[in-house]
Write a protein that binds this ligand. Sequence first.
Ligand code: UDX
Length: 448
Amino acid sequence: MKIVIVGSGYVGLVTGACFSEVGIDVCCVDIDRTKIDNLNKGIIPIYEPGLEDMITRNMKKGRLSFTTDIASALVDAEVLFISVGTPPDEDGSADLKYVLAVARDCGKYINDYLLVVTKSTVPVGTSQKVKKALQEELDKRNVSIAFDVASNPEFLKEGAAIDDFLKPDRIVVGLESERAEDLMKSLYKPFTLNGHPVIFMDIISAEMTKYAANSMLATKISFINDIANLCEIVGADINKVRKGIGSDSRIGNKFIYPGIGYGGSCFPKDVKALIQTGSEHNYDLRVLKAVEAVNDDQKLVLFHKIMNYFNGEVQGKTIALWGLSFKPQTDDMREAPSLYIVKKLLEAGAIVKAYDPIAINEAKHHFGDSISYCDDQYETLIDADCLAILTEWPEFKFPNFKIVQKLLNTAVIFDGRNIYDKKEMKDSGFEYFCIGVDTRIDSMQLNS
Ligand code: UDX
């Protein structure tokens, strides 16, 4: 089977690579000539573990190709996936101009049946717009060619996208014809052999599933962050509360880790877009509005802790930061808490020295030379007045605390990801501030 994937961004590349990995003939299309030229040379525009290997391997096998020419890509293709960007408009709704342009191109160039599958995260009702745009182009050509539309939202996590694609919890497909169902069944067969289900449904429900899933996960995070903040005030320990509630299978252990707020390309955008869909239909999504408001505040919780510690005065203080990406295993800094924290620290007159294992180049686009970048996590600590941990990269989990203590001017750590044990930190002579643990609780109480 031959398929086309339009949009060689994060989702498109992972999707294309994984389909070609199981033997499907995949042609990836993008309007960005530089990106396509680079991909043809084996230069991958994003960092995702395992992706580069998979792309180069399948290109060599002749199963994966890259082009800017959608018309030639469509020759003999049975399925086309739309995975172009849907940047948020001013009001938070997704801008569909790229998605609909692909639909129109399909209408201009197809000569045979095509199943057009939307993979980009798009508001409820978009597949019908795709259908209309494609049909309009066929009408202009005065031809009658059968086609179907479908919705197949992705649930990939950055940093684990290949694994998520190859071994998905589930695959959601919204469609409206048997022909489309047969095609999608055979396309996803290699990924469902070990029992992971393809859940077929109508298109609108599939579109809604993506937003509901991400909004539910964002809700869990804002909820736990809210409770964490209350824990600090009343004298409780969120780490214990988290375990206490997570062991109830109805609640579950995942996605209830407190921190400095969710970031990335999906949760912030999708929560906003769903609120917007609600308001377009005169429905006020009150819970989601609160989820968003809690998250906005949470991104600055660590900044406020630092300010409190220094009695509101960080002018001239040097702050060492470990981690800038919105989460580990990615160089993505979209909506990363670090963006907000660094901005506030600089406004307050602090000097910022940062280290991230992967995201330094990305960070330079955001911060320029307003902060200094270190090649090594310990280098950030030289002459620094405190250390703040913004991303839970594995290499930060077991540092040499003796060196940390020696290099810092004052042995104080602000941990935005709760990666250390409070008692151990105290015993090693650190002042340690994390999320959701009352600093007044003494170590005896913590360990009891
Ligand atoms: C998410 C969804 O998980 C994925 O299914 C969807 O397709 C795209 O959006 P991603 O943005 O890559 O994936 O990251 P994820 O690992 O889900 O983390 C999102 C954010 O939540 C991060 O900022 C992370 O730090 C935060 N988070 C996650 C928490 O603060 N606490 C948690 O318990 C879990």
